[in-house]
Design a binder for this molecule. Structure first.
Ligand SMILES: [Zn+2]
Length: 486
């Protein structure tokens, strides 16, 4: 059985490791999605690193969204696509920052369906490459982060900024309507909407979209937990996938990069980076082993009725069982082989050459222990307050392999209620690990990236590495004595 993993992130330096996992899992080819830097020299690095492996990697590149506010952005990006395709790029990846982060000079968000981007979608269609466009997220990302939130294993710590339950952001419905407008207006372009089109929790609506747009495909990546978390959902997922197998691509969202490999656990198996101790194991070997187990969990979910008691998706802190779908063999083959005949067209085409305002206070009162709420509390502090409290200070050196959170920086002249969000490295605030949460008012040192995602270096903004350029001292209420954790 041919298996194509249509959604992976493989950084060039660890291509060999991805191949090792693919060999062990019987995966023939993988779509390697660049995050932000898959154009120009960045794209060249991907293509060079993957060249020795023939057609086993299908590279999806990017356009340079840092230039989104330049007047000729659409044309520039279209030219980038044409150049990329000429060199071997086989798809375009658009991150969810479109709609949620990329801002116009007046501070408002760029809508996904702005006519300014039409040259991009049109050029992809002309070039015959699919656009993998991630828009919005599950319903729960717009809901309070509490025990009832299925994705509460994601929406804290490093990924607290993925909770869109705060003011000043478009609704999920508005974003998906903008996305569908683009898909409808560009029938000559193939769109792959990952994560079941952000509709894994409303599969009837996902199927309606497939009916409405023949140029639309989904991938399964990162949504299997919700699709199989109860017998009822599994039954619904089984019906959906059986009916739509030709329009759904198998994908795992596995991550291979040096920083993740160092943790020794496939990044998608962790609540937060570094959340599981290595215990002396060889990081590389264990990364391979945990990634293989992660992929196999996906395949078992599709092909068997096994109930996985402790599936390797650390996405819900309450834990969940994963109920296998036991799909018919031909349905499984169509999905994992690239979405059947029609989907194979996507994969084969790819393989031709190888393939934010001040957030709501509600959240902080509802879950004071969550990273998100600490963060939101932080947002509410005037910046002067944040910068000058040293009386109780104890300094924490940031650890880039470990926790992360968002901070925000004001622009010069900006009023405190108009901050831009900035990804920043570090810190903990994980109630489980801290133990009791007390009011110490300690000082936390944060190293902060440039203020907006698209203004940082295009790669790995949320693990800044050498990218950060400013230091900001922030004061946190309700933080326990975390020093012992470091
Ligand atoms: Zn992904």
């Amino acid at each position: 059985m041919q298996i194509i993993d249509a959604h992976t992130h493989v950084l060039p330096e660890v291509a060999d490791l991805a191949i090792e996992v693919m060999d062990r899992c019987g995966i023939e080819r993988a779509v390697a999605l660049a995050w932000h830097d898959g154009f120009g020299e960045g794209l060249a690095r991907y293509l060079e690193a993957f060249a020795p492996y023939g057609d086993r990697f299908i590279v999806f590149g990017n356009v340079d969204w840092r230039r989104v506010n330049e007047p000729d952005f659409g044309e520039m990006a279209a030219a980038q696509i044409a150049d990329g395709v000429a060199r071997g790029m086989r798809g375009l990846k658009v991150y969810k920052a479109l709609g949620l982060e990329y801002r116009q000079p007046d501070g408002s968000l760029w809508p996904v369906n702005s006519p300014a981007f039409d040259p991009i979608w049109a050029e992809a269609g002309r070039q015959g490459i699919p656009v993998l466009i991630h828009t919005a997220d599950p319903v729960a990302f717009w809901q309070p982060v509490n025990d009832a939130n299925f994705w509460n294993g994601v929406l804290y710590g490093e990924y607290a900024w993925w909770s869109y339950y705060r003011k000043g952001l478009p609704s999920r419905e508005a974003l998906l309507a903008e996305r569908n407008d683009v898909i409808g207006r560009h029938p000559q372009t193939t769109f792959i909407c990952p994560h079941v089109g952000s509709k894994a929790d409303c599969l009837d609506s996902a199927a309606d979209d497939l009916d409405a747009f023949p140029n639309l495909f989904y991938d399964l990546s990162a949504r299997i937990p919700i699709m199989g978390c109860s017998p009822r959902r599994a039954a619904h997922s089984r019906a959906f996938l059986t009916a739509c197998a030709d329009r759904v691509l198998f994908g795992t969202d596995v991550i291979y990069d040096a920083a993740s490999v160092a943790t020794g656990v496939q990044a998608q198996c962790l609540y937060q980076p570094g959340a599981l101790p290595l215990d002396g194991a060889d990081p590389r070997e264990r990364y391979v082993a945990t990634t293989v187990a992660f992929v196999q969990s996906h395949l078992a979910f599709l092909a068997t009725e096994t109930v996985q008691e402790d599936p390797p998706f650390r996405r819900s802190r309450s834990g969940f069982r994963l109920y296998g779908l036991g799909l018919e063999a031909d349905v499984v083959a169509r999905i994992v082989g690239g979405g059947g005949a029609a989907g194979s067209r996507v994969a084969d085409r790819g393989a031709e050459k190888g393939c934010e305002s001040v957030p709501s206070c509600e959240l902080s009162s509802s879950r004071s222990g969550y990273a998100g709420s600490v963060l939101y509390r932080l947002y509410l502090e005037p910046i002067e307050e944040l910068c000058c409290h040293s009386a109780h200070s104890r300094w924490i050196r940031p650890s880039f392999s470990s926790k992360g959170l968002l901070a925000k920086l004001p622009d010069a002249g900006e009023t405190p209620d108009r901050f831009a969000y900035a990804p920043c490295c570090l810190l903990l605030f994980d109630q489980d690990r801290i133990g009791g949460v007390v009011n110490l008012g300690i000082i936390v040192e944060a190293v902060v990236c440039q203020k907006a995602l698209h203004s940082t270096s295009p790669s790995r903004c949320h693990r800044p590495g050498a990218l950060y350029n400013r230091m900001l001292v922030v004061r946190c209420q309700q933080v326990a004595d975390c020093l012992q954790l470091w």
